[in-house]
Ligand binder design. Structure first.
Ligand code: ADP
Ligand code: MG
Length: 237
């Protein structure tokens, strides 16, 4: 469970993110949408401890995020963050990437993770020998192998074709069905958005202007950007 109270964060005078109150239940799916520059990445980074904030509190599983950052115990929360920066290790094979997070005796399990992302046939390849899509698959396998409780996605698949992006998202959704995983993502793909349980946050100018599931937002979009977004969704469907 994530509880946010009265957080504010500014980058100089140009931009201020302000969230009065936001609760994200465990094992839920949250989508952060909004125009470019509205603060989506900033909000995500604040929640996973990648970005300091000026005022307010973020409590995750009864831990105060600021205290965990101070004591160097953020790892207790089992959070993982994925963006387009993959951070693969150039000198290690795909299998070694997964084994490094699982431990020495884990070859069989590591192969299972590679199989889930359809990369087991490239287990011995190093990152430079993999295609862009294969590198993305590997980064996902390594992330999921850590069995995160919280997974934050900042458009990690934005440079992939739609078919591959949806395939990798399905792998994540499948893991979420199998284990307790709280997923918070920024994405321009619509896969999963229409789940009635999915919580959509609309950000504009650093504030949450609307929160609800897709039906709520379609029926009553708040603000100019939401109206445009809804009309584009309806055109596509
Ligand atoms: P989004 O992800 O919705 O596109 P961001 O959260 O990345 O938006 O950025 C929100 C605003 O803050 C933008 O105007 C951006 O230029 C600015 N910004 C983002 N990161 C920084 C930073 N590290 N320093 C200064 N300004 C930043
Ligand atoms: Mg962003």
């Amino acid at each position: 469970m994530i509880n946010i109270k009265n957080i504010e964060h500014s980058y100089g005078d140009d931009f201020k993110l302000r969230v009065e109150a936001l609760s994200i239940p465990s094992n839920s799916s949250t989508y952060i949408i909004g125009p470019s520059g509205s603060g989506k990445s900033t909000l995500l980074k604040l929640i996973c401890g990648l970005q300091n904030f000026d005022t307010g509190d973020i409590i995750i599983d009864e831990h105060d995020l600021k205290s965990l950052l101070q004591t160097g115990e953020l790892y207790l929360l089992k959070m993982m963050f994925m963006s387009q920066e993959l951070g693969l290790w150039p000198h290690m094979s795909a299998l070694e990437h997964v084994k490094l997070v699982l431990g020495a005796e884990s070859t069989d399990e590591a192969i299972i993770w590679l199989r889930k992302v359809k990369l087991s046939h490239r287990a011995d390849a190093k990152p430079y020998q993999l295609s862009g899509g294969e590198r993305q698959r590997l980064a996902l396998a390594r992330t999921l192998a850590t069995r995160p409780k919280y997974l934050f996605l900042d458009e990690p698949f934005a440079n992939l074709d739609l078919v591959l992006a949806e395939e990798l998202l399905s792998v994540i959704y499948q893991e979420q069905r199998l284990s307790s995983l709280t997923l918070i993502q920024i994405s321009h793909y619509t896969m999963g958005l229409d789940d009635p349980d999915a919580n959509i946050l609309v950000l504009e100018n650093g504030s949450i202007v609307q929160q609800g599931n897709l039906t709520d937002i379609k029926n009553n979009p708040h603000g100019k950007w939401s109206e445009k977004w809804v009309s584009m969704l309806i055109k596509k469907s």
